[in-house]
Design a protein around this ligand. Structure first.
Ligand code: ZN
Length: 146
């Protein structure tokens, strides 16, 4: 059972779960021209030394933060917009640049934490998928013209 009082222990556990995926990233990088990775802004994984050094090693030096409210995510039962932010890091500036226009919002209020179905925010909806698709295309055409 996970300790709810020790964030460090919880982070270590989560890093442990992700480690097999993270270990495969260098091989993915060899297979493609570019690569990106995304977690919520507030995910403590970003701050772990092992993760930080891996981002440097994989040259994931470009960043964009997007707000889910910009893609129409709403709290339960059509509630207020969801204020959760996702941080993308990528090897390509061309991928990040179009995403940055989703960093700011004009919402007067976001859904309270207890009014959000967090499992649904773990999936890309059609709007976010579309934005990521456009960013990937921008990245691909930048790679071709480089
Ligand atoms: Zn908003």
């Amino acid at each position: 059972m996970r300790s709810l009082t020790s964030l460090v222990e919880d982070d270590d556990t989560r890093f442990g779960e992700l480690e097999p995926i993270l270990r495969r990233l260098p091989s993915y990088k060899k297979l493609s021209d570019s690569m990106s990775l995304e977690w919520p802004v507030n995910n403590k994984l970003w701050g772990l030394p092992g993760v930080k050094s891996m981002l440097v090693d994989l040259e994931l030096g470009h960043e964009a933060v997007v707000r889910l409210c910009r893609f129409g995510y709403l709290g339960r039962q059509g509630g207020l917009p969801v204020g959760k932010r996702l941080r993308f890091v990528a090897t390509s500036e061309a991928f990040c640049k179009p995403l940055r226009r989703f960093q700011q919002c004009t919402c007067a209020e976001h859904a309270p934490l207890n009014a959000v179905d967090w499992s649904s925010t773990g999936f890309y909806n059609a709007e976010l998928s579309g934005a990521l698709n456009r960013a990937s295309k921008a990245c691909a055409s930048a790679a071709v013209s480089a």
